[in-house]
Design a protein around this ligand. Structure first.
Ligand SMILES: Nc1ncnc2c1ncn2[C@@H]1O[C@H](COP(=O)(O)OP(=O)(O)OP(=O)(O)O)[C@@H](O)[C@H]1O
Ligand SMILES: [Mg+2]
Length: 452
């Protein structure tokens, strides 16, 4: 009976304890084998390290040996330090520290040395499992050498780009500096040119004045010295009894000489007064507000004798309401010159024609005045020269060539505007003035209220 009891107990022990334990061990072995297979098949380099023996037992998978180029034999039991894989010894220390603390490691970039001594960068991941008898760490390495190289390339490229931008900026600054230097020299050259042009114009004016005055004064001098000779002869002759015929001759000669003298001196006086007008004396010009059409009526009225002598009709089409705050005196002089020129130069003495004067406002601040005739017009080659001093096509016939020069001076000076000349294909000449409705104030002059 006792033996039966023992047999039953042994059978029960076998069914309930030993058999389940044996199956559990078998399952465990199968799991481990499975895990080991998966570990070996991983395409990423992996290391499985046990901490029971100070992390000296480790397993590396095929991908690891492929990545680092070490043979399984001879190196599978040697640690990374023993294989001399750490580029930076501090990384080995850091690895040891983290392992001791069992801190998970994520994306830790380390540089390692392969079997062929080439260096590669890896991103290191490590995880720990703590069991009853041991701590296990499984780590994975991802090769990031190419990625880091690409990053470095981008950084290098950036630096190169920055260097290039810096270089370009420097070049641009240098070019800019050169340009501003060139501009300064250009301005200086321009100033010199303006200065020399002014001097040349002054020279031409002085030469012209001398030339123009030379004829009447020279004529006057010749006649005066001949009169002096004749008077001396007459004085000598007068010591003896005088013949009537001698006296008559002396009187005739004296009258003729005086006549020539008066004519030449008047010509000289006229020229001098013209020259005076060239430099328009602003101080003698009254500034005031006036109606343009009224001023034109006055001008036409004063020119009436000349207009009547010609066969021309002068038409003014200026509507009331165009008011200017300007210098009516100089503006009147400008219009007189232009109309007079049209009558004198536009038409032959027996030719009939028209002179039209019109005006219209341009915007709120300017007025355009046109003086146009339908006469012979101005030769294209003369158009650029008509405003030059002493340019005239009536030399020796009363023309001094100063009229339009005075016009130009007044318009661009005291009136603050501009004047243009056209000789349209249809014939005739046209002068266009563009003037501000309010003439500029001249800082060097007293105001109109000061009665200047
Ligand atoms: N309306 C015009 N038609 C044709 N030619 C003109 C006209 N106005 C001016 N000119 C030309 O321009 C030249 C210069 O005119 P400007 O008034 O300066 O001198 P001028 O009339 O000859 O002499 P000044 O006016 O000094 O007596 C004239 O000689 C003439 O050739
Ligand atoms: Mg003239």
């Amino acid at each position: 009976m006792a033996a039966l009891g023992t047999l039953l107990a042994a059978a029960l022990l076998r069914i309930w304890i030993i058999e389940p334990m044996r199956r559990s061990v078998q399952r465990h072995d199968a799991d481990e084998a499975n895990f080991s297979k998966l570990f070996e098949l991983s395409p990423l380099p992996m290391v499985y390290t046990s901490a029971t023996d100070d992390y000296t037992s480790f397993h590396r998978n095929d991908a690891w040996f492929n990545a680092f180029g070490y043979p399984r034999e001879g190196s599978s039991t040697r640690s990374a330090t023993e294989l001399g894989m750490w580029v930076n010894p501090e990384d080995a220390d850091e690895m040891r520290r983290r392992t001791m603390l069992q801190q998970p490691i994520s994306n830790w970039a380390v540089e390692l040395i392969c079997a062929d001594q080439s260096r590669r960068w890896f991103s290191f991941f490590g995880r720990f499992t703590v069991g009853p008898d041991r701590v296990t760490m499984i780590s994975t390495l991802i090769d990031i050498t190419e990625q880091r190289q690409a990053q470095q390339d981008v950084l290098d490229l950036n630096t190169q780009l920055e260097d290039r931008v810096d270089e370009r900026t420097r070049q641009l600054q240098a070019a800019n500096h050169e340009l501003s230097q060139a501009l300064i020299s250009l301005r200086q050259a321009q100033d010199h040119l303006v200065q020399s042009e002014k001097l040349a114009a002054l020279g031409a004016l002085v030469a012209g004045v001398a030339h123009e005055l030379n004829t009447p004064i020279g004529n006057g001098l010749t006649v005066a010295s001949s009169l002096l000779d004749k008077t001396r002869d007459f004085a000598l002759a007068a010591n003896a009894p005088l013949q009537r015929s001698v006296l008559a001759q002396f009187v005739t000669d004296s009258v003729l000489a005086a006549d020539i003298l008066v004519r030449n001196l008047s010509r000289a006086a006229t020229l001098v007064s013209s020259f005076k007008q060239v430099a328009v004396d602003r101080t003698s010009s009254q500034r005031r507000a006036f109606e343009l059409y009224e001023l034109l009526d006055e001008v036409v009225l004063t020119l009436n004798p000349a207009i009547r002598r010609s066969l021309c009709e002068v038409q003014s089409q200026i509507a009331p309401g165009l008011r200017l705050d300007s210098y009516p005196g100089p503006l009147g002089q400008v219009l007189t010159n232009l109309i007079d020129n049209a009558l004198v130069h536009g038409f032959a003495p027996s030719q009939s024609g028209r002179v039209d004067i019109s005006a219209s406002s341009i915007g709120a601040n300017e007025v355009e005045i046109s003086v146009r005739d339908n006469g012979r017009g101005i030769d294209a080659s003369h158009l650029k020269r008509v405003f030059d001093p002493f340019f005239t096509t009536r030399l020796g016939q009363g023309g001094s060539g100063l009229g339009l020069h005075i016009v130009h001076n007044i318009v661009t000076g005291v009136l603050g505007g501009r004047v243009d000349v056209h000789s349209p294909a249809g014939g005739g000449a046209q002068f266009v003035l563009r003037l501000p409705l309010i003439a500029p104030k001249w800082p060097d002059l007293p105001d109109e209220d000061d009665n200047w």
